[in-house]
Ligand binder design. Structure first.
Ligand code: LMR
Length: 401
C-alpha cells in the first residue's frame, strides 16, 4: 500500500537532536533545538514551575475535558501577559483567544482561521530567514507563503531598507508574519523606532499583522519590554493575530502550552470569532491538554509566583548573555579566529546566527561532534562553562578549514 511513499528528509531542527542522540562521543554538544539548558548542560525546571505544580496538585484536580478553547483562567491571564492590563483591547474585552498546543499549535490555528475567514488575501509574507517550520506550517494551513527581506549578510544585521521596500511592494491587505521579539533564527530585532516605522507601513498598506511571540521575556529579561511590538501595534489601532508559547519562558516545552488570539472590533465580533475558533479546533484535536495550562495559570494568577517567575526568566536570559560574552572573547580575542564575531554579543534571545556555512556545520558535526542547524544557527543555551572552550576551538578549526 505504501510502496509509493518516498522517504522524507529529517526535520531541519528536530533532526539535529536525532543525530546528536545517535552520537556516542562524550565531547558531543547539541546546539540545535532551542531548549534551555542550565550551567551543567541539563534541562531546567524552573523553581516557580515546581511550586506551581505543588499548588495544582494540592487542589486535587480532576481529569475532565477542558472546553474546546481551553482553561478560561489561563487564556485570560495569557492575554493579560501579552497585551498588558492597560491595553484597550483588554479593558474592552475584545480579545478572542484560545489555548493552543504551544506556539506551533497557535500558529496553525491562526493559519487555518485566516485561510478560512480572512476575506482579503491568502498571501502571508514571512521574514527571510524565519523559523523553518513557519514555511510548511502556513503552507499546510492553506495560505500562500511569500518572503520579505530581513537579514543583511554583509552587516550581519537587520536589512531594514529591504524589509520596508518588500512590505511596501506587497499587495494591499496581505498578511505579514512578524516575530514579536528574539527573532528566530537571527537573534536580530527591530529597534522600537523601527517597529514604529513598520507599524506605519503596515497601516498604510492595510497589511494584516500576525505576531509570533515564542520568547516573551527571553530577549530582554522583561516580559513587558519584550511585548513592546505587540502592544505598540495594538495601541496604533491595528487588529492583530498573536501566537504565544510558554515553552521557552516557563520551560514547559513538552507540556505544550500556548495561546492564539485575535483582537476584534467589539464584543459581538469577538463572540463570533470565538465561535469560529471552536469550529476550527474541534475537528483538529477536540480540546487541549490540562496540566501545562494549569501550571502556567498558577504562575500567572499568583503575584508572588509571577515575580519569582519573571526573575527566573531573567536568570536564563542573563546566563545566555554571559555565554555570548565568553564566546565572543574566546573567538575574537583568545583564538583570533578569522572573521568578525561581534554579532554574537549583539544578537539577542536564545539563538545566535553565527555566519558558519552549511559545509562548516557539517564538518563540526562529523569531526568535533558539535551539532547545530545547517544555517549556522546555534542555541546559545546549549553552551556552558564546561563546553564553551571546546566549542570555540572546534569553530576555530572549522573556520580555518
Ligand atoms: C527551535 O527553533 O529550535 C524551537 O522553536 C523548537 C522547535 O520546535 O523547532
Amino acid at each position: 500500500t505504501w510502496s509509493n511513499v518516498p522517504a522524507g528528509p529529517p526535520d531541519p531542527i528536530l533532526g539535529v537532536t536525532e543525530a546528536f542522540k545517535a552520537d556516542k562521543d562524550p565531547r558531543k554538544i547539541n546546539l540545535g533545538v532551542g531548549a534551555y539548558r542550565d550551567e551543567n548542560g541539563k534541562p531546567y525546571i524552573l523553581p516557580s514551575v515546581k511550586k506551581a505544580e505543588e499548588i495544582v496538585q494540592s487542589s486535587k484536580p480532576d481529569k475532565e475535558y477542558l472546553p474546546i478553547t481551553g482553561l478560561p483562567e489561563f487564556t485570560k491571564n495569557s492575554a493579560l501577559l501579552a497585551y498588558g492590563a492597560e491595553s484597550d483591547v483588554i479593558k474592552q474585552g475584545t480579545v478572542a483567544i484560545t489555548q493552543s498546543i504551544s506556539g506551533t499549535g497557535a500558529l496553525r490555528i491562526g493559519g487555518a482561521f485566516l485561510a478560512r475567514h480572512y476575506p482579503h488575501s491568502k498571501a502571508i509574507y514571512l521574514p527571510a530567514p524565519t523559523w523553518g517550520n513557519h514555511i510548511p506550517l502556513f503552507g499546510d494551513s492553506g495560505l500562500e507563503v511569500r518572503k520579505y527581506r530581513y537579514f543583511n549578510k554583509e552587516t550581519v544585521g537587520l536589512d531594514f531598507e529591504g524589509l520596508k521596500a518588500d512590505l511596501k511592494a506587497a499587495p494591499e491587505q496581505s498578511i505579514v508574519l512578524l516575530h514579536a521579539c528574539a527573532h528566530n533564527p537571527t537573534g536580530i530585532d527591530p529597534t522600537p523606532e523601527q517597529w514604529a516605522e513598520i507599524s506605519d507601513i503596515v497601516k498604510e498598506k492595510k497589511l494584516f499583522p500576525f505576531f509570533d511571540m515564542a520568547y516573551q521575556g527571553f530577549a530582554s529579561g522583561s516580559t513587558a519590554k519584550d511585548a513592546f511590538a505587540v502592544r505598540h501595534f495594538v495601541s496604533q489601532g491595528h487588529q492583530i493575530a498573536l501566537a504565544q508559547s510558554f515553552a521557552k519562558n516557563m520551560g514547559l516545552y513538552g507540556e505544550r502550552v500556548g495561546a492564539f488570539s485575535l483582537t476584534t472590533a467589539d464584543p459581538a465580533e469577538k463572540a463570533r470569532v470565538d465561535s469560529q475558533l471552536k469550529i476550527i479546533i474541534r475537528p483538529m484535536y477536540s480540546n487541549p491538554p490540562l496540566h501545562g495550562a494549569r501550571i502556567a495559570n498558577a504562575i500567572l494568577n499568583n503575584a508572588d509566583l509571577y515575580t519569582q517567575w519573571e526573575s527566573e526568566v531573567k536568570g536564563m536570559a542573563d546566563r545566555i548573555i554571559s555565554m555570548r560574552e565568553k564566546l565572543y572573547t574566546t573567538l575574537q580575542k583568545d583564538l583570533n579566529t578569522p572573521g568578525e564575531w561581534g554579532h554574537i554579543k549583539s544578537q539577542i534571545g536564545m539563538f545566535s546566527f553565527t555566519g558558519l556555512t552549511s559545509p562548516q556545520t557539517k564538518a563540526l558535526a562529523e569531526k568535533a561532534h558539535v551539532y547545530m542547524t545547517a544555517d549556522g544557527r546555534i542555541s546559545m543555551a546549549g553552551l556552558n562553562g564546561n563546553n564553551i572552550e571546546y566549542f570555540a576551538q572546534s569553530v576555530d578549526a572549522a573556520v580555518r578549514g
